[in-house]
Design a protein around this ligand. Structure first.
Ligand SMILES: [Zn+2]
Ligand SMILES: [Zn+2]
Length: 222
């Protein structure tokens, strides 16, 4: 059941885009900062200790590889994983590369999610803005509702699919720690970008600070 939390989050984000169309930039930024701090805290308190507990420092290589995988994915996704699209609304063709990159990201980060821990919640929470922005983008490009539902369903299923495959495939079982390290790298990059890009020119922002503390604290407690 817990593996479906990321799925549920996509449904929530997408439905919000249909209902509200526009959410204030300020609110969106707070949600992004909250999810960034939540993810960062979850990775720091759950994945990193587990990875390094093994005593094998070579897992650090997988972590760095994860950062690079995410950088490459973002060439194609234009930053949709961390809550925005750096492209403008005059694109009329369906953004295949962006979509595939989002799906790959979701699939990979679903793999190590086998229980309801902070990481599962963190990944789920950060899917809300992704689904919202991507659905909003499709609506703005006048995609039909059927097409939007199809595309969003495929995207929504990706993380649970990753979890299920990892649960049943022998290879995934044997490589769970490297997979965790890779996903930790991906998530470290996304979460720090979420935090960075939700701020305005390094000005102190009390509301942002509070939601970040809440996010980090919650992830630590779960
Ligand atoms: Zn960006
Ligand atoms: Zn993600």
């Amino acid at each position: 059941m817990n593996l479906w939390l990321p799925f549920l989050a996509v449904v929530i984000g997408s439905a919000t885009a249909f209902i509200f169309k526009e959410v204030s930039r300020q609110r969106m930024k707070l949600l992004l900062a909250f999810s960034g701090a939540f993810l960062l805290s979850a990775v720091a308190t759950e994945f990193l200790p587990e990875i390094y507990e093994s005593g094998d420092a070579t897992f650090g290589i997988y972590l760095i590889a994860g950062v690079f995988v995410q950088i490459i994915l973002e060439f194609f996704s234009k930053g949709a994983e961390h809550g925005h699209l750096h492209v403008h609304h005059d694109v009329t063709k369906f953004p295949i590369a962006l979509f595939v990159s989002l799906c790959l990201h979701a699939f990979l980060e679903g793999m190590p999610l086998q229980e309801a821990n902070g990481m599962t919640y963190g990944v789920a929470i950060h899917k809300i803005p992704i689904a919202f922005i991507f659905t909003g983008f499709l609506i703005a490009n006048k995609a039909s509702v059927t097409k939007i539902l199809l595309v969003i369903s495929i995207f929504a299923i990706m993380s649970p699919l990753g979890s299920i495959i990892a649960q049943y495939a022998d290879f995934a079982d044997a490589y769970m720690l490297p997979i965790k390290a890779l996903v930790a790298g991906i998530v470290l990059h996304v979460s720090t970008t979420l935090i960075l890009e939700s701020s305005d020119g390094h000005q102190f922002n009390l509301a942002k600070m509070i939601v970040m503390l809440a996010g980090a604290g919650l992830a630590f407690m779960i």
